[in-house]
Design a protein around this ligand. Structure first.
Ligand SMILES: Cc1cc2nc3c(=O)[nH]c(=O)nc-3n(C[C@H](O)[C@H](O)[C@H](O)COP(=O)(O)O)c2cc1C
Length: 141
């Protein structure tokens, strides 16, 4: 049984390159063994992450994530059972939103700023899909 979970969180300070490197190193080491794929999108002090995989594995990771002191306000945006993965090629892809064409953001939100806390989970899911289609994903710098 495959599921896809999307959540958002905040960090206390602006997200640094080191924080991203640490998280991606951890994710790209651990996720393949747990059958997890997905995408980590960030801007300023906000994260949005998509986790795909088996229900038990995704739920377990979400519980670990919710206790991780490197971010706060961990908020579930969307949870669904799926028949196929969208990010199958990515142990954990990264997207730095600030470097991208802001018009994509405007398509799904009332301002050109990543604020998953004020739009619907569906809008955020669509934004992430549009980013993937625009070829904005990468693994690590
Ligand atoms: C924004 C964010 C995203 C994360 N993504 C993942 C991930 O995709 N996979 C993973 O194994 N750990 C991820 N982590 C790290 C986990 O929160 C946790 O530290 C890790 O699973 C190790 O937990 P443990 O050493 O207590 O078993 C992420 C942490 C943060 C702050």
């Amino acid at each position: 049984m495959l599921v896809r979970l999307i959540y958002a969180s905040h960090t206390q300070d602006a997200i640094s390159g080191k924080l991203i490197d640490d998280i991606l190193a951890q994710s790209q080491t651990r996720n393949p063994a747990n059958g997890i794929t997905g995408l980590l999108c960030y801007s300023q002090n906000t994260f949005v992450q998509v986790l795909e995989g088996g229900r038990a594995e995704v739920n377990k990771l979400f519980q670990l994530l919710a206790q991780d002191k490197r971010h706060q306000d961990v908020t579930l945006l969307k949870y669904e059972e799926i028949t196929e993965r969208r990010y199958a090629n990515w142990a954990m892809a990264r997207v730095a939103l600030d470097k991208l064409n802001m018009s994509l953001l405007l398509r799904y939100s009332d301002q050109a700023r990543l604020d998953p806390f004020s739009v619907s989970g569906e809008s955020t899911a669509r934004l992430l899909e549009a980013l993937a289609e625009a070829g904005a994903l990468c693994s690590r710098d």
